[in-house]
Ligand binder design. Structure first.
Ligand code: TNX
Length: 572
């Protein structure tokens, strides 16, 4: 793109593009900017963030220290119209701290767009696809980011790719960009090029909203946290012994009665269908897919309280607010149970645009052998009949394969012949090894909340393993990705959720996104360190892990201390 300012129009008003933005910057502003830059270049300090400081580490980074970009007050964002919403979100991230208006306009498809932040969709059928280096390799979620003195240009073949590129740009601006109010700052972006794409297609986190209920706004904030680190799935553990959290019209007491409890005796709660749709839509806008879990046949005490007809013996159990596991189950011998499963799965599938439906299947200690596999096979068939793909904890392994099925490994060793066999029969795997990525594990013995049945998990331990080679007998091609579950027996507030997520979630995000060749603990901890001030500025609670060389010593937010709760019984 030309660096010469457009000639001023002498014959009439500035021409406007279809979005009402001037097609050329006023000449005086352009000239002043060029002059300032020429003078400033001689003295300007380098951008405070280095191009390679991004988390998760990008695939390819080529810094150009002579090409730092300074975001001017009159910057505009131009975007290919189908991805307009990505530009609107980028503007929403950058406006509060910069105080710049950052109007969003269309990048016209057939002309070279002129603008300072340019987001273009490229690829077949668009103007820029063919000539973009590496565009063919970007896939569904990759992006290309070019920072020159004149502009920041992000290109991708999909809005999801542009969104990930925009998150990268956000990280490349100085940490005060996270401020909710204007800050005087030199908004420099380090020069150079990033070509980036994910290693695995499935990168997720799970929030257990059953043990403790979390309001819609809390869940939305967790979605924002995932999106920052290019995680693209939010698994919601919607049902368990202590609470049923999703409205089901055909079985209304599930939520109304089954939702009225939680661990420790609090009031619980549930999502109406409108609430759930709001979460799904909010996540979709951030290119995050919701994976709903209805845990069966165990972990069902709340359902049995609401509908005793589902219980073996047809006797309602008392509501449960403790933290034991493995005692409850729906009656696999009664046909009514399968009506219940079909109705619930049918309604949840209808509410869920994403392809996945998680059946749970863990810790059903009282439904054994052929009874268990028979139940699972019928439930898998019910999911398939809705058109969704079955996901389940790895205990589902002995059941027959169902087309596309995905098992979620949560074991604490790397060797499980049953899971390896299920993979040979066609299953794919999501890796959630309990001793690496269970975010309800304590960081250290004195972490005030959490458990330790799978060990202590500091940031290094969460980071230093490889999803592709973790399980014996499972080839890398069978690994769909990685997910970090947060169980909430001991986690009661949003601040506590964040404390357990940060800084381990970015470590796990890097395992899911970055090429293995970029895996390097020393490098990671240095990159991650720069995120501490961002979280502080954004009001995100985190554990100031001594693993990480945080800059200076800001006053880290700390979670209020509370008595340590009982950990789950040693049933693992
Ligand atoms: C095991 S992991 C569970 C959960 C507990 C968790 C506590 C899995 C599939 N089941 O029911 O909440 O341990 O860490």
């Amino acid at each position: 793109m030309s660096t010469i300012p457009a000639a001023p129009s002498e014959t009439g008003p500035e021409p406007l593009d279809p979005a009402g933005l001037p097609t050329h910057q006023p000449a005086a502003t352009e000239l002043a900017r060029t002059a300032a830059r020429a003078a400033g270049d001689l003295l300007a300090p380098p951008a405070p963030v280095r191009l390679a400081d991004v988390v998760p580490a990008p695939d390819r980074v080529t810094p150009d220290p002579t090409a730092d970009f300074l975001l001017p007050e009159d910057a505009v964002i131009l975007v290919s119209p189908p991805a307009r919403d990505v530009a609107e979100q980028l503007a929403d991230w950058l406006r509060p701290a910069t105080g710049h208006p950052l109007p969003v306009g269309d990048a016209t498809p057939h002309a070279e767009p002129a603008g300072l932040l340019v987001l273009t969709l490229s690829g077949a059928g668009t103007a820029h696809g063919a000539d973009l280096p590496g565009v063919g390799e970007l896939g569904d979620e990759g992006y290309h980011l070019d920072v020159t003195q004149d502009e920041v240009r992000i290109s991708a073949t999909t809005p999801a790719g542009l969104f990930h590129g925009a998150q990268t740009l956000r990280q490349l601006l100085p940490a005060p960009i996270e401020s909710a109010t204007p800050v005087a700052e030199r908004w420099a972006v380090p020069g150079g090029t990033i070509v980036d794409r994910p290693r695995f297609p499935y990168r997720g986190a799970m929030l257990d909203v059953a043990r403790h209920f979390f309001a819609v706004d809390d869940v939305l904030r967790v979605v924002d946290h995932l999106a920052r680190y290019k995680l693209n799935h939010l698994h919601l553990h919607l049902t368990d012994d202590q609470g049923w959290r999703i409205a089901v019209d055909s079985w209304p007491r599930l939520a109304e009665e089954g939702g009225a409890t939680e661990v420790g005796g609090g009031p619980g709660g549930y999502y109406t269908k409108a609430d759930y749709r709001r979460i799904v839509a909010y996540a979709a806008r951030r290119h995050v897919t919701v994976v709903p879990e209805i845990d069966l046949p165990g972990h069902t005490n709340a359902a049995l309280v609401a509908y005793p007809e589902l219980a073996p013996g047809k006797i309602a159990p008392p509501p449960y607010t403790g933290t034991e596991v493995g005692f409850s189950y729906v009656d696999p011998a009664d046909e009514r149970t399968y009506d219940f499963v079909a109705d619930v799965i049918g309604e949840v599938a209808a509410l869920t645009p994403g392809p996945w439906l998680h059946l749970g299947g863990d810790e059903a200690f009282k439904v054994k052998g052929a009874t268990y596999t028979g139940f699972v096979e019928r439930a898998q068939g019910i999911v398939r009949a809705t058109g969704k793909t079955v996901v389940g904890w790895h205990q589902l392994a002995p059941a027959a394969h169902a087309e596309g099925r995905v098992l979620q490994w949560w074991g604490t060793n790397g060797d499980d012949p049953e899971t390896a066999d299920a993979v040979r029969r066609g299953a794919r795997l999501i890796l959630s090894p309990g001793n690496r990525v269970y975010l309800d594990m304590k960081y250290t013995p004195d972490t005030p909340i959490g458990h330790d049945w799978a060990g202590l998990i500091d940031v290094h331990r969460a980071y230093d393993w490889d999803p592709a080679t973790h399980l014996t007998g499972v080839p890398a091609e069978a690994v769909l990705g990685v997910e970090a579950p947060l169980w909430t027996e001991s986690v009661t507030t949003l601040a506590e959720v964040e404390f357990m997520l940060f800084p381990r979630l970015p470590a796990i995000a890097e395992l899911g996104w970055s090429p293995r060749s970029a895996h390097n603990w020393d490098d990671f901890r240095d990159r991650l360190a720069g995120h501490g001030p961002r979280w502080t500025t954004a009001g995100i609670t985190f554990h100031p892990s001594p693993d990480i060389p945080w800059p200076a010593a800001p006053t880290h937010p700390t979670i209020p201390t509370q008595p340590t709760r009982n950990t789950t019984a040693d049933t693992h």
